[in-house]
Design a protein around this ligand. Sequence first.
Ligand SMILES: Nc1ncnc2c1ncn2[C@@H]1O[C@H](COP(=O)(O)OP(=O)(O)OP(=O)(O)O)[C@@H](O)[C@H]1O
Length: 521
Amino acid sequence: MTDPVPAIELKGISKAFGPVQANKDISIRVMPGTIHGIIGENGAGKSTLMSILYGFYKADAGEVFISGKKTEIPDSQAAISAGIGMVFQHFKLVQNFTVLENVILGAEDGGLLRPSLAKARGTLKKLAEEYELSVDPDALVENLSVGHQQRVEILKALYRQADILILDEPTGVLTPAEADHLFRILDNLRAEGKTIILITHKLREIMEITDTVSVMRRGKMTATVKTSETSPEDLAELMVGRKVLLRVDKTPAKPGAKLLEVTDLHLWDENGVERLKGVSLDLRAGEVLGLAGVSGNGQSELLEVLGGYATATGSVRVNGKEIALSGRDCTGQARRAIGIGHVPEDRQHEGLILPYTAWENACFGYHRDPSYQSGILMNNAAIREDAKGKMERFDVRPPNPNLAARNFSGGNQQKIVLAREIERNPDILLIGQPTRGVDIGAIEFIHQQIIRLRDEGKAILLVSVELDEIFSLSDRIAVMFDGQIMGVRDAAKTDQRELGLMMAGITGDGTTDAAKAAQHG
Ligand SMILES: Nc1ncnc2c1ncn2[C@@H]1O[C@H](COP(=O)(O)OP(=O)(O)OP(=O)(O)O)[C@@H](O)[C@H]1O
């Protein structure tokens, strides 16, 4: 029988950041050997609550009990001593250290004896075997895929003998196969009696793996239910407070003229590795072209070249006119000036300047716009006013343009970038991972905006690792593999299986001429 003492019990937790009440009187019990999901809109307070449990933030009020014992957690060292491990949205590994070094780093401070590297290697090997977490202990972290980096984070927690594991949106950066693997690991950990808290925006994951699920809304815990007794629709409604359309409503596309013609694009990275190997594709007015693929196969580089953030060779024509792929006319600003909007995949590094305010970020790249000028000076009041409107329409919470971008939750940061780019009504919108970290209510809204742009005759190039998202939005789907377009399919005439094979470098129909296949039929 299950131990009746909860592995984790939070009682009356509250936390404010200035005027923002991020957590309000939250109580929750999680039983050992279970997986407990936490869902909620962007900014609902999920990460804050977990950061309190992990000792990153100090609660203003409330108590934490671990296995029935009241526990103070003033810092993450105390959390580790209490058997709590956390896998963050943005990993905290030291990039130029090896896996082994990262795993033992800091562990010796936790009251554990500093083990010899050889002994640590043995322990790591055992853990990796036990939990299907194989990873080369001598590999440098910077050379690992995100999926493997995440394994290192989990190994690090297990090495510290964590009985409780908190995962904050762990599948946001994973491929579907990596996500499946992670879930198998979580399943094993649960079977071992470990307790897992999983924060995710993906209701499919909640339904698949959790035993119980709690819903947060605007800082409060509004419901806790058994997963077997609920449904995605019910959870969506509990989260957002209204019914949410979980699929995209759209009519068939009416593609028009070619707005973007890409021919034989090549790009070499700083190490001389060829990342784009002769990419050709067309994009028409009034269509969404989805670019599917396992991340790291050139999609990001293609978006960066088209968005003016990377140089390349080849030809790109916008509205029939050749554009610069290097030199001073190859900048994000120059691209925006000719009607190419860009929502970069990496919002924290390319999409936003985190220490700057939301209103500054909301005009970033468009600051030369005449409506933002007053004589030779910037009209800050006008920019602020404009940002406020954008934030309200995109439901950025809190809708305060004076806050620094870094003080918004991840999903709300994404909405600031989306509002800036979408509201410009660009002729061509390049959009990378538009809904990564975004809650389902906001996904519904963002998808509607993308389809609205399409129906107004704009051309959209969508890069997403979420095949569901690619399928629900795209009219045509191109698959990238190893720097090449493997083929382009009509979205209505393909399926996950065919795309999956193409994503692995296999074309179903034996297509060999990738460049030819990329041309519009
Ligand atoms: N360090 C901080 N300083 C100021 N405000 C903060 C800070 N961290 C979080 N907040 C605010 O607290 C609220 C809760 O944020 P939190 O990150 O916990 O939300 P979340 O539910 O995890 O959201 P998401 O799903 O977008 O990750 C938000 O309004 C956020 O802007």
